[in-house]
Design a protein around this ligand. Structure first.
Ligand code: DAV
Length: 370
């Protein structure tokens, strides 16, 4: 280490020119055993209910092929790409408070790592099977720590994840979408307020402002923890009542450049939460419809991964190749579209935004909502 080291980690928002990014790996990904918060997210008609274990090797190989291709596509554009080192996800997680039969995987990095300026923060997570997931990224964190004298490696307090963290109402087999929608509109989610919980993918970065989704994977105490942890930021809690399975903000609310955000038309931001955007002339437009009627096999996410795009700079965006309506809308909004084939990797935890984590974007911390 020396003070001649250079800045490796720097990213303040979702759209400044991307120079360095982490792309996940499908290696050794597992479908975890049943546990409270995870079950609340698996759709009731899903093919995943009741089965768990290592994902079939041919699906792992296919997902890795697509992730590797995506990484090379980014590298060809001059973006540095790092990859995690998979731990053995078949090892059970055991703490004094809980145990679970297997882990999840080293996909998707966006859920675990939150980059704010020169800091990368490991989220608390809220699924037991993801308690140790940060270990997949520790070799990279160590490298950045050695190379970049300003890098701040932070870890949020590990949660205990006892049964007190989960509302038992969510544990019944059949709840029904109608009741789920009523509950989520009332902000009654599977996680309780026992202790701070958040996943990094519930956070969107807008310079001085952080917009955080209150839902299944992030509770109000988690948002309050972020507020205290980032005293120079304004932290805004948002929620999206139309989503029966609200986890992660990045298939719901997608900033493309200063002044422009796509919002999932089934998960509209409530009027009273639009004020900061409206006052500063930001446009919130309905995203295009997904091209698919159903997610691929063994997939947790909804078809709205269509809007889970990776912005490379304020004029360029990566869109999944089959999402033709989303690509068409981007074109109309004046964005150059880079097509990326990723659909066969969706089952491993998400789309183009999910499967990446920012390391470096050009630019500084700006105030977009003065
Ligand atoms: O719509 O299923 C997926 C978000 C993954 N990070 C959804 C949310």
């Amino acid at each position: 280490m020396s003070d001649t080291g250079k800045t490796i980690v720097n990213s303040w928002n979702e759209w400044d020119p991307l120079r360095h990014v982490i792309v996940g790996r499908a290696d050794d990904c597992h479908i975890p055993a049943e546990e409270p918060a995870l079950d609340a997210k698996v759709p009731e008609d899903s093919d995943m209910r009741g089965q768990w274990g290592r994902r079939p090797q041919e699906t792992i190989d296919r997902a890795n092929e697509l992730l590797n291709n995506f990484a090379s596509q980014l590298e060809k554009r001059g973006i540095r790409v790092d990859r995690p080192t998979s731990i053995d996800h078949s090892v059970p997680v055991e703490t004094p408070d809980f145990s679970t039969e297997s882990q999840f995987g080293c996909m998707p990095p966006r859920d675990v790592l939150l980059t704010v300026g020169s800091e990368m923060l490991e989220a608390t997570m809220s699924y037991r099977c993801r308690w140790f997931e940060y270990l997949n990224y520790r070799p990279l964190m160590q490298k950045y720590f050695e190379e970049d004298p300003k890098f701040r490696h932070e870890s949020a307090p590990k949660p205990r994840l006892t049964d007190a963290d989960y509302h038992p109402d969510y544990l019944s087999e059949k709840i029904g979408v109608e009741k789920r929608l009523k509950w989520t509109a009332e902000k009654f989610f599977v996680t309780t307020e026992e202790e701070p919980l958040f996943d990094a993918a519930d956070v969107l970065r807008f310079g001085r402002d952080l917009v955080v989704q209150h839902g299944f994977t992030t509770n109000l105490k988690g948002i309050e923890w972020l507020r205290r942890h980032f005293p120079d930021h304004r932290v805004h809690a948002v929620n999206f009542p139309g989503d029966p399975y609200p986890i992660h903000i990045d298939a719901t609310f997608t900033p493309l450049r200063p002044g422009l955000i796509l919002n999932n038309p089934q998960r509209r931001l409530p009027d009273e939460q639009r004020e900061m955007f409206q006052k500063n002339d930001w446009q919130i437009v309905d995203s295009a419809q997904p091209a698919h009627n159903a997610p691929p096999p063994l997939c947790y996410s909804s078809t709205w991964l269509s809007m889970n795009v990776l912005v490379l700079d304020p004029k360029t965006v990566c869109v999944e190749k089959s999402e033709v309506y989303q690509a068409e809308q981007m074109d109309k909004l004046g964005m150059e579209v880079v097509e990326v084939d990723l659909r066969d990797a969706y089952a491993f935890g998400g789309g183009l935004h999910c499967c990446t984590a920012d390391v470096y974007r050009e630019g500084v911390c700006e105030d977009y909502f003065p």
